[in-house]
Design a protein around this ligand. Sequence first.
Ligand SMILES: C[S@@+](CC[C@H](N)C(=O)[O-])C[C@H]1O[C@@H](n2cnc3c(N)ncnc32)[C@H](O)[C@@H]1O
Length: 295
Amino acid sequence: MARAHEPVLLAEALAMLAVRPGGLYVDGTVGLGGHAAAILDAGAPDARLVGFDRDAETLERTREALASYGGRVRLVHADFREAPAQLRGQRADGVLLDLGVSSVQLDTAERGFSFQADGPLDMRMDRSAGETAADVVNEMDEEDLADVIYRFGEDRASRRIARAIASARRQHRIATTGELAAIVRGAAGRRPRRPGLDPATRTFQALRIHVNRELDRLSDALRALAGCLAPNGRLAVIAFHSLEDREVKHTFRALVSEGFEVLAKKPVRPGDAEAARNPRARSARLRGLRRREAA
Ligand SMILES: C[S@@+](CC[C@H](N)C(=O)[O-])C[C@H]1O[C@@H](n2cnc3c(N)ncnc32)[C@H](O)[C@@H]1O
C-alpha cells in the first residue's frame, strides 16, 4: 500500500525521453506528478514542463506537490488532445502519456472506478462534464451495452451480462459499484477465463473506457503530439490494456515514413521487482518514438 502512488516504469520512461537541462517537456497525463517531478529533476536546473490532466481534483493536489519547481511547471486542466493547441507552436523535446486512471482515482471509492470498494457508479475522470457510468448502465440500449462490454472489455459473456443489467434495472436504478459488480458476477458464469480475475473486471474496464472516451481519436492525438516534437524529440506512451497499446503501436509504425523512428521494437515491460511490488504496473507497456534530426 505504501507504494500505491509509485510512478510506473519511471526509470525506463526517463531513459526513453532522454531528458536534458534546458528542454521543454509535456506530461499529457500528469496525475499526481510522479513522472513530472522526475522529469524536472533529471532536467535540472532549467528544463520546463507543461502538465495536463482532465481531473481537476487531482490537479489541485499536484499543484501543491510540484510547487517547489516554481515557474518551471505549468499545469493545465485539459485533455491531452488539447496540448498541441496549448503549446502555441512551441516545440517539445519530450512528451509523456501515462494513460488510464491513477491509483488515487481507483482507490477513492466515491469516484466509482472500483468494484472492490462500494461507491457511486461514476467513473468520470473529469467530474465537471459528461455522462456517468450509472447513466450508461441504466439508460443505454441493451444491445449497445453488450457491444461496449464486448468491444472495450473483450468479454465473451457480454450479451449475458447486458441482459442481467437490463433485467436488474427494471427493478430499480443501479446506483453503486457494488450493485453492478454483483450483477456482473451473477451473470458471468462460474468458470472465469483467467483464474483469479474477478468476473467484474472486464465490464468495469469497458464502462470506464466508454465513459471517458479513452480510445476516441487516440491515434489522431498521438500524431498531433508527435507533430509538436522538436528534432530529436521523443514521445513516450505507457498503455495499460491491449486495445490502447495496439493503437499506439500502429500509429507509431505509420509515422516511420513521416520522419520518425520507433525506439524499441518490443514494448518495454516492468521487471519482476516492479511487478511484484506494484500490481498496477503488471499490465503496463511503454513504447517510444523519436523525431529524426532535421535534414
Ligand atoms: C496513470 S495516471 C498518471 C500518473 C502520473 N504519471 C504520476 O506519475 O502521478 C493517469 C492520469 O491521466 C489522466 N488522464 C487520463 N486520460 C487523460 C486525457 N485524455 N487527458 C488528460 N488527462 C488524462 C487521469 O485523470 C489520471 O490522473
